[in-house]
Design a protein around this ligand. Structure first.
Ligand code: GAR
Length: 221
């Protein structure tokens, strides 16, 4: 793909606070991401991210998974809304539902997720506690293309944060979340610039800056 001046149309799926949604909206508003968020879908009425979107003048829809007989019919309703909004890239941002293989197939290569761990370590729930229990010195965040698994799929970008003595799940989550707000806009930017694609099961980034000297050691001495 070649870089394009077209503003890629984003759809964002949320279930909660929507701080990553905010980072994506801010990235679009500042021009860092050459795209625009055209639709925010929540499966929960009370998701604060709906207010964030409304405050930015972005259309929202609540599609309640409980109102559908099965996973795929819920996903079909979301798919229809996304298509009607002209969405080209779907970003899962704290969306706490597993997607059906049907939906994943529809959006293959155009469906990103952010997860608060260095995948493939610690998928699923209670992720920060999992990292603390394992005693790892680093955790972080991962943006990946979504496949049929739970928090699996080709990795696009990762941010690493140290785990410090005295950390508990909330302090670690806050440290990771801060980096998520850098990482997700970066990944969306790469996609919208036409520099990120899914090729033969790998996330390929064209023209990226890679630091072969980068290393973190924790503790430092
Ligand atoms: C974020 O930490 C995100 O990585 C996580 O939920 C949080 C949502 O926060 N997602 C997952 O755990 C998905 N497996 P936000 O609503 O403030 O963006």
């Amino acid at each position: 793909m070649t870089p394009t001046s077209h503003a890629t149309v984003l759809g964002v799926l949320i279930s909660g606070s929507g701080s990553n949604l905010q980072a994506l909206m801010d990235g679009c508003a500042s021009g860092y991401i050459p795209g625009r968020v055209a639709l925010v879908i929540s499966n929960k009425d009370e998701a604060f991210g709906l207010q964030r979107a409304a405050g930015a003048g972005i259309p929202t829809q609540v599609i309640r998974h409980r109102e559908f007989p099965d996973r795929e019919s819920f996903d079909r309703a979301m798919d229809q809304a996304l298509r009607e909004a002209g969405v080209e890239l779907v970003c899962l941002a704290g969306f706490m539902r597993v997607l059906s293989p049907w939906f994943v197939g529809q959006w293959k290569g155009r469906l990103l997720n952010i997860h608060p761990a260095l995948l493939p370590a610690f998928p699923g729930l209670h992720v920060q506690q999992q990292a603390l229990d394992a005693g790892v010195r680093f955790s972080g965040a991962t943006v990946h293309f979504v496949d049929e698994g739970l928090d699996t799929g080709p990795i696009v970008a990762q941010a690493v944060v140290p785990i410090l003595p005295g950390d508990d799940a909330p302090t670690l989550a806050a440290r990771i979340l801060k980096q998520e707000h850098r990482l997700y806009p970066l990944a969306a930017r790469l996609f919208c610039q036409g520099r990120l694609s899914l090729q033969a099961g790998r996330a390929v980034v064209e023209g990226g800056a890679w630091d072969g000297q980068a290393a973190l050691i924790n503790p430092e001495n």
